[in-house]
Structures are given as C-alpha cells and as structure tokens.
Design a binder for this molecule. Structure first.
Ligand code: PMP
Length: 380
C-alpha cells in the first residue's frame, strides 16, 4: 500500500531515509558509532546511553556543527538544544533580553506572535509595532527604525503556520537593536536572511526532527548581558550556553534525529537546493489556487508561505455562501483522505484547508495533490 501523503502542520513529515536510519539507531543492536568507534555505547541503542558518553557527545557536537554549516547559524552565535518547545522561548526571550526601562517590541502576525506578546507583557512594557489583524492574511511592512530605536529587542515570527503567511526575507534592523525571530515553521527551508537574527528559536517538529527538542541560537554578546529580573536557572540562556546544552539531561533521541535530518539536508543541497524545490512545490499549489474558481488562497501574494499553503473553498471572490463552502469543504476533505492525503484540514481560525509542505514533503506528492484538487473541482 502507498504511504499516505502527510501534510500535517506538525509534528510533521520527515525524510524516509531518516526514519530508516533512526530505526536502526533505536534498535537493540545499535548502529550509533562509526565502525571504528571502540566504545561499548556505540553498539547500544540511542534510548539507553548516557548523555555524557563519548558516543552521544559525538552526535551532539555534529548536530550543533550542522546548525552552523547547514542552517547558516552564524559562528558568532551559540547553538543551544533545549526543551519546552517554542512556547517556552516566548517567556525566556523577555526574561533574558529585556533591558531595564526599554520596551520589548513585537510584530503581531497571528496566534503564535500573540502568545509571545502575552508572555512579554508579564515582564513589562510591550509595544506592538505592526499587526496583520484581523485576517492575518499578510505580513505587515517592517516598521520604521524610529518606532523601535529605544527597544530592548524586536520580535518577529518568520512564518505563520496557521495562516500560511511568511516574511519574504528576515529584515535587517537599523542600529544595534537585537532582532529575535520565532523560526519554528520555516527554519532551513530556504535562504532567508538568518544572518540578521540576534536570537532565533524553533521547535524541531516541522523541518528539523521530532517534537521535544528546541533549537535556540543566541549571539554571544547577548549571553554576556545579565538579566534585569530574577530568572530561574533552567530558563537562563547563559546556563545552557556555559554547559553546552548539557546542564541537565537533554532530549538525546531528539538530538540524534535532528543530526540525521541535518545530514539529510546537507546531502540534498542544503538550504539552497532544498529552497529551490520548496519554491517549485509551493508555486504549483498557488498556481492551482489562483487559476481556480472554487478554491481561494487565504494569504495575499507577496506574503505567501512556502511551508503552509492555506485556502478555503469559498469560490472566486467569496462567491459561495457559508453553507455551500462548508459542505464543499467537508466533501473535499473526505475525498482527500480517501485519496491518501492526510492532515489537510485547516486550522479552525482560518477554516478550509492547509497543505503543510515542509522540506521532507516530496515533489511528487505536490503533483498528486494538484491533480486531485483539479479533479475535485472538475467534478464538484
Ligand atoms: N511558533 C510557531 C510559528 C508555531 O507554528 C508553533 C507550533 N505550531 C509554536 C510557536 C509553538 O511551538 P511549541 O508547540 O513547540 O511550543
């Protein structure tokens, strides 16, 4: 039987090669070490070895190095492999980066950005520089420098998973205000200006691996600044930086899979090669939506995500009634499920459909999806 096409928003599809390799590394007879690794751990499973063993250390160091070489994290930044998801970062950022009497500035592009804003408000003055509310169908223009010149930092969400909007490029801020970016749903998907980020973070469960490991990278000079509020030890970036993310037991399994995914990315052309494929995949679906009189893309041109493509079945210019749209959407999703496409139901805030076509989603899956969409429209 054909494997279903997995269009889930996250945890999400991973490359088949990674599943195969990781399965062997979990197995009773492990394959963790290269043939010349003399340690006993190298012949055990990743699930049972110490995070302080030489075998794990090699995997951990490789994962960190690949974050620099494959994802493009600048060498001026410390890579941290943490837990608690991107949601914990919403709180860690203000706790660690707020400067006394300097507001934290945010661009509000929907639910995840709002959650980050809410955490910041717990710690002091928080300014929303720009917003895409209420529809969140675009990303706003980057606000002028004088609106954030006095900020502790400016925070953006590079890709808005729910609405399918994405910054075309990560902007370079004026002056020396640090830029903080939630990269959870498009990290590693193309060249996008990661060098402009002072502090970046991403839950791994979309482009990088399984849930339970969170990548953060922090410019060294920011690590040296003491927080201006009391911060619990586990929530200080400096704790994890000083201990190379081994202050406590990390998610060893998640870090192994992250390493495997990053090696897969490296072997598939890195962010440049993968970015070109992602561009073609997204374009094929947006072209289908734009040519259709049934489907209607949610995101506006210029802000359209290459990772999460969202649409409703509202007809061109919203010509269908709500009831008609709802019936058609139900039929579409049921038929898609039958045809082997899973995870296509849109987030309840947007409705309709969402195709999450992360790095590992194959191009032939997009060809099949487009053919299915065209056939559904023809017979609807
Ligand atoms: N930010 C974005 C852009 C997301 O898509 C998500 C999860 N879908 C989160 C943050 C929250 O991540 P986590 O569940 O890892 O806390």
């Amino acid at each position: 039987m054909h494997r279903p096409y997995n269009l889930s928003a996250g945890p999400a599809i991973l490359p088949p090669e990674v599943f195969e390799r990781t399965a062997a590394q979990i197995g009773m007879v492990g394959t963790l070490g290269p043939a010349d690794d003399p340690s006993l751990e190298a012949r055990l499973s990743i699930l049972e070895i110490s995070h302080r063993s030489k075998t794990f250390d090699r995997i951990h160091e490789a994962a960190i190095d690949l974050c620099h070489t494959v994802l493009g994290v600048p060498r001026t930044h410390k890579v941290l492999l943490l837990q608690g998801g991107a949601s914990t970062q919403f709180a860690m950022v203000p706790m660690n980066l707020r400067r006394a009497d300097k507001p934290a500035c945010y661009v509000d592009t929907g639910v995840w950005a709002s959650k980050a804003i809410a955490e910041s408000k717990l710690f002091g003055e928080t300014r929303t520089l720009a917003s895409s509310a209420p529809r969140h169908d675009h990303v706003p223009e980057m606000p002028a420098a004088d609106t954030y010149a006095d900020a502790s930092y400016v925070h953006l969400t590079s890709n808005n998973t729910i609405y399918g909007t994405e910054w075309e490029r990560i902007p370079k801020l004026a002056g020396d205000v640090p830029l903080v970016v939630d990269l959870s749903s498009n990290i590693g998907s193309r060249e996008m200006g990661i060098e402009n980020v002072a502090l970046g973070y991403a839950g791994a469960q979309k482009n990088l691996g399984p849930s339970g490991v969170t990548l953060a990278f922090v410019r060294e000079d920011l690590l040296a600044l003491p927080p201006t509020v009391p911060v619990p030890t586990m929530l200080r970036y400096a704790t994890h930086a000083a201990e190379n993310s081994l202050y406590n037991t990390p998610n060893t399994f998640g870090i192994l899979v992250l390493r495997n995914v990053l090696e897969w990315m490296r072997d598939h052309g890195g962010v440049v090669g993968i970015g070109a494929v992602n561009q073609r995949k997204a374009k094929a679906i947006y072209d289908t939506l734009d040519a259709s009189s049934l489907y209607r893309a949610h995101a506006k041109p210029g802000s359209r995500s290459r990772m999460n493509v969202t649409w409703t079945l509202a007809g061109t210019d919203g010509s269908h009634s709500e009831a008609q749209t709802e019936t058609l959407t139900k039929r579409f999703l049921a038929a898609a499920e039958k045809a082997g496409f899973c995870g296509l139901k849109g987030h309840r805030l947007v409705g309709g459909c969402r195709a999450s076509i992360y790095n590992a989603f194959p191009e032939d899956g997009v060809v099949a999806l487009v053919a299915f969409m065209n056939e559904f429209e023809r017979t609807a």
